[in-house]
Each structure stands twice: as C-alpha cells, then as structure tokens.
Design a protein around this ligand. Structure first.
Ligand SMILES: NC(=O)c1ccc[n+]([C@@H]2O[C@H](COP(=O)([O-])OP(=O)(O)OC[C@H]3O[C@@H](n4cnc5c(N)ncnc54)[C@H](O)[C@@H]3O)[C@@H](O)[C@H]2O)c1
Length: 354
C-alpha cells in the first residue's frame, strides 16, 4: 500500500511567521512549497534548505499572492513537483501604519490586493485543486488580533484582517460539503520584520525612539513576552492535522493574552492627560473593565468595587510612569490631588482637576 505524503503550500514563507509555519509543518512530515516575491529569493531558498535538512522535500516557487494566475500556477506546480497537495496556508500579508485621515488611495489598493485579494486567490486555487483531485483539504489564513479588535494607526490593516475573518467564515460554509475546512490564525505581537516596520512608523508618529512602541505593546501581554513564529506555527500544526477535522470557520487568537491597551482604552473614553485642567468622566462599568484587564495582566485575580479607588490611583501612577507619549505625566502630586477629587456619582465616576 502506498502512503501519500501530505504537502502544504505556504505563501510568504521566506521569513517571519510563514517560515516558522513551513518549518513546523515539515517537522510534522509535510512536503513544503515555499512561495514569496522575487526579491526574497535568497531567503526563501534558505527556508527550503532548512526544510530539506529535516528530511522532507521542499521547493521554492516565485509567486505574488496578489496575482490570481500566479497563485493558481503555484498550486499546480506544487502538485506536479511534489505529487500531492493537501494544505494551503495563505500567510503572505503586509502592514500599513498611519492615521486613517492620512491614508491614500494607493495605500488602500496596495494592502487590499495582498491581504484580501491574495487570500481569496489562495482559497480559490486550493479549493479548485482539492475538488479536481476529489479529496478533502485544509485552508488556513493569516488573520490577526487586529482582525478581532481594530488597532489605532492600523485602520486599513485592521480592515483587511476583518475581511480575512469574513472570508474564512464564508469559505468554511461554502466548502464544507466538499470536506474542506477553512480556519485562520490571529497572531498578537510577533517579533518579525513586520513588527520592525510597525515599531519604526509608530515611533515616527509619536516621536518615541526605536523599540519603545513594541515594548509598550509587549507590556500589555498577559503572558509577559512578545510572540515568536513558533507560537503561531504550533496552532497551524494543529489546524493542519486531523485533530482539527471538526473545526471550521474559526479565527483563533494566539496572542499570549493581549489586553486592551491602556492607551487605546483611554483614547476610547476621550481622556486627554496632556491638558490641564482636565476632566475625566466615564462609566463605572468601563473603568472596572479597564482595571480588570490591566490588573489581570499583573497577575491580580480579581478586583472588587471597594478597591476601585485604590486601583485608580495605581492605574494613574502606572500611567504616569509610562514612557508612551502623550501620556507622560511629570508631576505625580497631581494625582494625589486628583484622587481627592474622585466622586462616585451613581453609576459614573467623575474626576476633576482644577
Ligand atoms: N508579525 C505580527 O505581529 C503579525 C500579527 C498578526 C498577523 N500577522 C500576519 O501574519 C502574516 C505574516 O506576517 P509576518 O510578521 O511574518 O510578516 P513579514 O513581513 O515578516 O513576512 C511576510 C512575508 O510575506 C511576503 N510577501 C509580502 N507580500 C507578498 C506577496 N504579494 N506575495 C508573496 N509573498 C509576499 C514577504 O516578502 C515576506 O517574506 C501576515 O499576513 C501578517 O499580516 C503578523
């Protein structure tokens, strides 16, 4: 009896998460087709070399995910050269960092073509091949925590990842009768070249040095560290395996418990700590939610309403120590004064500083 070796195509696997996934699936025994853009050839060939060292076959195919023909050809070539095709990983993606009001038509076209169209072409090419081969298959897409909860300064990126979540759901429903499952991974802060770009761009906008932005984001991860591609690859290994056969249409976070960022929370409730005098007013429920998330990240199991006053002090003190512009506050006595002015008013807290 001949045993067919499983084969996966991983887009954008020259570096970062794609490379991590390709290596993990190779360890699981898959043959791998690595695709990436021409300028990434050397790095992609390095991925291929590392996979071959694990004792399985691998090939590099130059293919731009945003180009439908190239994606279909890449799937055909994978099957022709490796003899099977079971798993499609639509990993390739790019980021865009800027306030929404500054986004241009070119920015939108560029990111949509890769992050949305690329995923659609990948789904189509894989589904048609699985159908032609009359076999089940697995399709796994790169979403993001930004596809679960949109990030400031990453508006159009978040929009593309919300789209990936929608496409994953629709494809799962449409392809289920053909025994094709479709799921997505939602990484948090993975320390790949993509995060170097995010850190640099956000740093430019906020006037903070290199490394500060990523540090601030990592500080809000419950498990206390930034992610590495292996964290994501572990989930993909499971989603590619038969153990996940009853799971479809899901976009699963692998983020170490990224908590609502304090900055995002504050901006969401309209708090401007740079202006004096300022007035802070938000619902007790909102404050409880922020504090719960924040203190949970610092290993506090729960927070009672009675301890809210004290917690607010801690929260503000923490904020005052934050290096994140524009929330840097110089005068801590300000907060002691502010605390004396906290008044519970039915369901709302009002904090005034004059
Ligand atoms: N790094 C993170 O923190 C993070 C978080 C959430 C989601 N993601 C998603 O995971 C995926 C991989 O991210 P990463 O951090 O490894 O990024 P990365 O920039 O480090 O690597 C992406 C790879 O994709 C390739 N690529 C880009 N456009 C392509 C195209 N049109 N055709 C083929 N290949 C192309 C690049 O050349 C590169 O090799 C992306 O979809 C990204 O949006 C990343």
């Amino acid at each position: 009896m001949s045993i067919t070796i499983r084969t996966a195509l991983v887009t954008g696997a020259a570096q970062g998460i794609g490379k991590g996934i390709a290596l993990e699936l190779a360890k699981d025994g898959y043959q791998i087709a690595v695709t990436d853009l021409p300028h990434q050839r050397e790095q992609a060939l390095q991925t291929v070399k590392e996979i071959e060292q694990l004792g399985v076959k691998a090939i590099f195919i130059e293919a731009d995910s945003s180009n439908r023909d190239q994606m279909f050809k890449a799937v055909d070539e994978t099957y022709e050269k490796l003899g099977s095709f079971n798993t499609m990983i639509n990993n390739a993606g790019i980021v865009h960092v800027s306030p929404l009001v500054e986004v241009t038509e070119e920015d939108i076209d560029r990111i949509n073509k890769i992050n949305i169209n690329g995923v659609i072409w990948g789904i189509q090419a894989a589904a048609k091949k699985f159908e032609a081969l009359d076999q089940p298959g697995k399709i796994i897409n790169a979403c993001s925590i930004a596809g679960l909860d949109a990030f400031q300064m990453m508006g159009i990126y978040s929009a593309t990842k919300f789209a990936v979540r929608a496409l994953t759901q629709v494809a799962a429903k449409e392809l289920a009768p053909k025994k094709i499952t479709v799921n997505a991974y939602c990484p948090g802060i993975v320390l790949t070249p993509m995060w170097d770009i995010i850190d640099a761009k956000m740093g430019e906008y906020h006037g903070v040095p290199k490394g500060e932005t990523v540090k601030k984001y990592i500080d809000n991860i419950a498990l206390g560290r930034g992610s590495v591609p292996q964290d994501i690859a572990n989930l993909v290994s499971f989603l590619g395996s038969e153990k996940s056969d009853y799971i479809t249409g899901q976009s699963i976070a692998v983020d170490g418990g990224v908590l609502t960022l304090l900055e995002d929370s504050f901006t969401a409730i309209g708090l401007e700590l740079t202006e004096k005098p300022f007035k802070l007013e938000f619902s007790k429920a909102a404050l409880t939610k922020i504090l719960l998330k924040y203190f949970w990240s610092k290993s506090e199991k729960s927070i009672s309403e009675e301890s809210l006053d004290n917690s607010l002090y801690l929260l503000i003190a923490t904020c005052s120590n934050s290096t994140a512009s524009p929330y840097k506050i110089e005068d801590s006595s300000l907060y002691v004064l502010a605390l004396e002015n906290i008044k519970w008013k039915s369901s709302r807290i009002s904090l005034r500083l004059e």
